[in-house]
Design a binder for this molecule. Sequence first.
Ligand SMILES: CC(C)(COP(=O)(O)OP(=O)(O)OC[C@H]1O[C@@H](n2cnc3c(N)ncnc32)[C@H](O)[C@@H]1OP(=O)(O)O)[C@@H](O)C(=O)NCCC(=O)NCCS
Length: 199
Amino acid sequence: MATILIDLSPNDMQRRLHDALTVYVDAMRYPRGTESQRATMWLEHTRRRGWKAVAAVETDSTAGEEPTSAQLDAAPLLGIAYGYCGAPDQWWQRQVVAGLHRAGVAPDEINQLMSNYFELTELHIHPRAQGRGLGEALARCLLAGRGEAKVLLSTPEIIGEANRAWRLYRRLGFTDVIRGYHFAGDPRAFAILGRALPL
Ligand SMILES: CC(C)(COP(=O)(O)OP(=O)(O)OC[C@H]1O[C@@H](n2cnc3c(N)ncnc32)[C@H](O)[C@@H]1OP(=O)(O)O)[C@@H](O)C(=O)NCCC(=O)NCCS
């Protein structure tokens, strides 16, 4: 068995959508059924400018040996990450801009911050594969060679920043953009984090 990272095309994402959403739901410990609510949105995201997705898969090839395309097609998904260029017509950007205004950030600074960024939209490793460095490897793979000036993301707040997501983002040098933010329609508090690119 070997774990390898692969790029996903929009077609690959469509083909593997069920598995990718299962990794997401299991990693986030969301209730079953969340997959179907997210499917249309994840597919819509594949059409956004600058969309890129990477996955960690477990092939039955021997470590160090190039897997065949049949082995790759059959390889179960252990992790998924994707993102795209931020744009003013996107719900997430509008929410973050509203949050920055509310936090009293100057309009020029908001324009500066919210132009030319890559949104790291999703990053999830299946629980059985967490804690082996795969999340960091996927994040690095996704962000490698991006042309944007920075990367932004949101992650649920957790007391003491005490989970793997927070440890990973801090280790990668992400700093606070907004803390304790409530997206419309979600009772949970989120942090918006960012850092300059390249990583
Ligand atoms: C957050 C998440 C993506 C991080 O991915 P991960 O693969 O679990 O973790 P990392 O890549 O950061 O690796 C860190 C761990 O791997 C270990 N590690 C790093 N490199 C390693 C290697 N080469 N071999 C073995 N272990 C390694 C580290 O010691 C660390 O372990 P620890 O946390 O027990 O100290 C993943 O845990 C996850 O999906 N969590 C749930 C969903 C989630 O929170 N997603 C983000 C929402 S915004």
